[in-house]
Design a protein around this ligand. Structure first.
Ligand code: PEP
Ligand code: MN
Length: 345
C-alpha cells in the first residue's frame, strides 16, 4: 500500500502516520515521488486505522498497487510520464520523432564532433556516446573515460544537443553526472542494485537498458529501485534479448513494448542497433518499434562505421542516417496523426 501526502506536508504530520502504521505492525518505507512524500506500508493489519488515514487532511491518496513495481505502475501514476533531458521531453507525443543517436564509443574529438553534427543536422534530439564501455573482452577498447566525457560534452554543446552516456560503476555516478544530461545504465548492469540506487539519488534522468535475459518483472523492479530513491525521470530501453536465434547478435523484443506501456507510466524506447547487431535491420526495426508503441529510438551512428572501435557492424554512417531520418520522420508523423484520429473517432 502506498500513502501519498500533499507536497510540503510537514514532517511531524508524516511521522505521525508512520507511527500509526508501525503500531498496526506494518513495515514502512518513506520515499518521495513527483515531489510528494510517499509511505510504502506492507504486512500489518491496518483495517482499524484506515478511517484515520483516510480522514488525515495531508493524505491525498491511498493506493493499492496490483503489481510489485508499485511506483512504476500505472496504478500509482495513470498518465504517461514525460522525462526531461535538457529541453527535450521524452514521452511527449508532441515532440515528434524522439531519436537518440551517436557512436557506440567516443573515440576522438574529430569523430564525436562529426557524429554530433550529422545527428543534429538530421533531427536527432539527444547525442549518445560511450566513455565507459562494458566490453566482453578485457582486451577490447574500454572507452576514453573522463576524457571521453569531456569530448562528448563539448560536442553536445557545440551542436546544441543534450548528451546521454553510460555509467558503469556507482562510484563514478557523481563524476559522470557532472558532464552528462542523462545517465545510461547498461544491459549488463540492469541488476546492479548499488548502481541503481546511486543513479536514483543522482538528480539526473536515467536511461535504463533491459538486461539481455531479464524478465518484464525484473526490468520494472530495477526501475522501481530508481524511483524509490526519489527519481521518477526514468526511460526504459528495450535493447534485445538472447534467444536460440544465431543469425543476429540479439533479438529485439517487440512484445515487451506494449506490455510495458500497459503496466507502467514510464516512457519506453527501443535500440535496434544492439537489438539486432546488424545495420541492415535498423530501419525496419525502428519502424516496428514505433509501431508497437515505443516513444523513441536509439541508433548508433559513426562517420566511418567500418573503422569504429566498437559495434561497427550495427552502426550506420551519415548518409544512411539521413535516409533513415527522412523515412522515420514521415512514418512517426503518420503514426501520430493516426493515433490522434483513432482517439477522437
Ligand atoms: C550501449 O548502448 O552502448 C551499450 C553498451 O548497450 P547495452 O548495455 O544495451 O549492451
Ligand atoms: Mn554499442
Amino acid at each position: 500500500m502506498l500513502v501519498e501526502f500533499a507536497k510540503n506536508t510537514p514532517k511531524p504530520e508524516i511521522d505521525e502516520v508512520v507511527e500509526l502504521l508501525d503500531a498496526a505492525g506494518c513495515r514502512v518505507r518513506s520515499m518521495h515521488c513527483y515531489g510528494h512524500p510517499v509511505l510504502r506500508a506492507v504486512s500489518g493489519h491496518i483495517n482499524g486505522q484506515m478511517r484515520e488515514l483516510q480522514s488525515n487532511s495531508f493524505v491525498e491518496r491511498i493506493i493499492e498497487a496490483s503489481t510489485p513495481w508499485e511506483l512504476v505502475s500505472r496504478d500509482y501514476h495513470p498518465n504517461d510520464t514525460v522525462v526531461h533531458v535538457g529541453d527535450v521531453r521524452i514521452g511527449d507525443p508532441e515532440q515528434g520523432l524522439m531519436m537518440i543517436a551517436g557512436p557506440c564509443s567516443v573515440e576522438s574529438e574529430e569523430q564525436i564532433l562529426s557524429a554530433a553534427r550529422t545527428v543534429k543536422a538530421h533531427g536527432a534530439k539527444i547525442l549518445r556516446g560511450g566513455a565507459f564501455k562494458p566490453r566482453t573482452s578485457p582486451y577490447s577498447f574500454q572507452g576514453l573515460e573522463e576524457q571521453g566525457l569531456a569530448l562528448l560534452r563539448k560536442a553536445g554543446d557545440e551542436v546544441g544537443l543534450p548528451i546521454v552516456t553510460e555509467v558503469l560503476d556507482s562510484s563514478d555516478v557523481d563524476m559522470v553526472a557532472s558532464y552528462a544530461d542523462m545517465l545510461q545504465v547498461g544491459s549488463r548492469n540492469m541488476q546492479n542494485f548499488k548502481l541503481l540506487k546511486a543513479v536514483g539519488r543522482s538528480g539526473k534522468p536515467v536511461m535504463l537498458k533491459r538486461g539481455m535475459s531479464a524478465q518484464l518483472s525484473e526490468f520494472l523492479l530495477s526501475a522501481e529501485y530508481i524511483l524509490s530513491e526519489g527519481n521518477s525521470e526514468v526511460v526504459l530501453c528495450e535493447r534485445g534479448i538472447r534467444t536460440f536465434a544465431d543469425y543476429t547478435r540479439n533479438m529485439l523484443d517487440l512484445n515487451i513494448v506494449p506490455l510495458i506501456r500497459q503496466t507502467s507510466h514510464l516512457p519506453v524506447i527501443v535500440d535496434p542497433s544492439h537489438g539486432s547487431g546488424d545495420r541492415s535491420l535498423i530501419e525496419p526495426l525502428c519502424m516496428a518499434g514505433l509501431s508497437v508503441g515505443a516513444q523513441g529510438v536509439m541508433v548508433e551512428v559513426h562517420p566511418d562505421p567500418e573503422r569504429s572501435w566498437s559495434d561497427g557492424d550495427q552502426t550506420i554512417d551519415a548518409e544512411s542516417f539521413a535516409g533513415l531520418m527522412h523515412k522515420l520522420q514521415n512514418f512517426a508523423g503518420w503514426l501520430h496523426a493516426e493515433s490522434l484520429s483513432t482517439s477522437t473517432s
